[in-house]
Design a protein around this ligand. Structure first.
Ligand code: ATP
Ligand code: MG
Length: 406
């Protein structure tokens, strides 16, 4: 049982409660999937996933009571989710069998034994269960061996045909863990993609997987990998296969590390669609018009901007151009046109730069000239044209002039 010793506090506390309740209510919970994999790898486990052959609703309700949280139930998936502040998210499911009636369709689910539940899973390393009552491991697909070999392996040859989202999951998981996709699994993946498996699921489901890839720290490698496997063709056609794709994604990743408030979905999608994007490409993405517009700008307009910036004289001119594009576009320019990087950094500093001066300090009647004067003064101080101590009298002067000229 000592594998649980290394868990973060909140997770350990949760599992202690689960064990107590299991003893009181006489039920038999197993820790399964992601957390078991991560514990065995010595990685910090985040969410708690539990499976029981019976009694999942009893456990879910009792646990919610103990942690003063709430429980939501998803009857079609035989699943409960318990949430409470200060505790990890806890998913409690009834062990099930799944049957795929048709490639790409959601499976028919019936209650099953623990072993059925493990064998219906995506990869061997996600198919290990830890018995919380006696500490025994259940590993019917030799997941521990594959953890040792650092490979992602499917459990049967139809896996990617049954559920093509596993193509994305395998690629994502391998990159996140620094594993490789085991060769036979890689071949099955290739065959499934060649056979058109990805057109058996909706674009919405594919976009959801693409966004999950973009959320990962390893997003550039995952997206480039998916593109080279041909898994992004259904969304983007041949566009997402350019040879410098990974380098461009890495450059964006580096920018995102510095400015995390930027919209990563817009940036990465713009990079994937480089050269030729139109609103029809976003079908199923759920992108707002604003987001779609920003992606199209990034994908299509870098050359035009590069030209405009080439003709710019001085900082003010540049700042005017920067102001006319989205912050995400600015990031792309910074990552692709090295000469602009320093100017863009200065522009960002300028945007954040504040004067200790307010409209009422100018002692002139109100109107648009006040904001204009403050802005011109801000520019003058930032560029070093005047000293900070002169700001107030300078602003007054500008405001009076603007007022006089009407
Ligand atoms: P993460 O750290 O990303 O949450 P995870 O392994 O917990 O990793 P989830 O998406 O939370 O991934 O899924 C939980 C478990 O459910 C997985 O470990 C896997 O066993 C199973 N699972 C999820 N998606 C599928 C799928 N498409 N096909 C089969 N099993 C799946
Ligand atoms: Mg999970």
């Amino acid at each position: 049982m000592n594998v649980l010793q290394d868990l973060p506090n909140a997770q350990r506390r949760t599992l202690r409660l689960v064990k107590e309740i299991a003893a009181e209510k006489d039920c038999h919970p197993f820790l399964v999937g992601g957390p078991v994999r991560d514990i065995l790898l010595g990685r910090p486990a985040v969410d708690i996933d539990l499976t029981l052959e019976s009694g999942s609703s009893t456990l879910a309700r009792a646990l919610a009571k103990r942690v003063d949280g709430r429980v939501r139930s998803f009857p079609q998936f035989l699943t409960y989710k318990v949430t409470s502040s200060g505790f990890p998210e806890i998913d409690i499911t009834t062990a099930r069998k799944e049957r795929y009636r048709k490639p790409g369709a959601l499976p028919a689910v019936t209650a099953g034994r623990l072993k059925d539940d493990l064998l219906r899973r995506d990869f061997s390393i996600n198919a290990i269960a830890l018995d919380l009552l006696n500490g025994a491991m259940h590993d019917p697909a030799s997941g521990e061996r594959d953890l040792g070999d650092r490979v992602v392996r499917v459990l049967h040859d139809r896996s990617f045909i049954d559920d093509p989202t596993r193509i994305f999951r395998a690629t994502r998981l391998a990159a996140r863990l620094g594993f490789t996709v085991e060769p036979h699994t890689a071949k099955l993946m290739r065959d499934a993609i060649d056979a058109g498996a990805l057109s058996t699921i909706s674009k919405e489901r594919i976009w959801r997987e693409v966004f999950l890839a973009m959320d990962e720290t390893e997003a550039p490698a995952i997206l480039a990998d998916l593109a080279s496997r041909g898994a992004l063709q259904v969304l983007f056609g041949p566009r997402a296969s350019s040879s410098d794709l990974q380098a461009r994604l890495e450059a964006i990743h580096a920018q995102l590390a510095q400015t995390p408030e930027l919209d990563r979905y817009v940036l990465y999608t713009g990079a994937l669609l480089r050269g030729d994007a139109s609103p029809i490409d976003f079908e199923g993405s759920g992108f707002s018009q604003k987001r779609a517009r920003a992606v199209v700008e990034i994908a299509n307009e870098v050359p035009r901007l590069e030209e405009a910036l080439g003709a710019a004289t001085g900082e003010r001119d540049r700042f005017r151009i920067y102001r006319s594009v989205s912050p995400e576009m600015l990031t792309v320019i910074a990552s692709e046109i090295p000469d602009e990087t320093t100017y863009i950094q200065r522009y960002r500093d300028y945007e954040k730069f504040k004067l200790p001066l307010r409209g009422t300090d100018l002692e002139v009647p109100g109107g648009p000239h006040v904001a204009q004067a403050l802005e011109q003064t801000r520019q003058a101080v930032f560029s070093g044209e005047i000293a900070l101590e002169e700001a107030r009298s300078y602003a007054k002067q500008v405001a009076r002039k603007l007022l006089a000229s009407g």
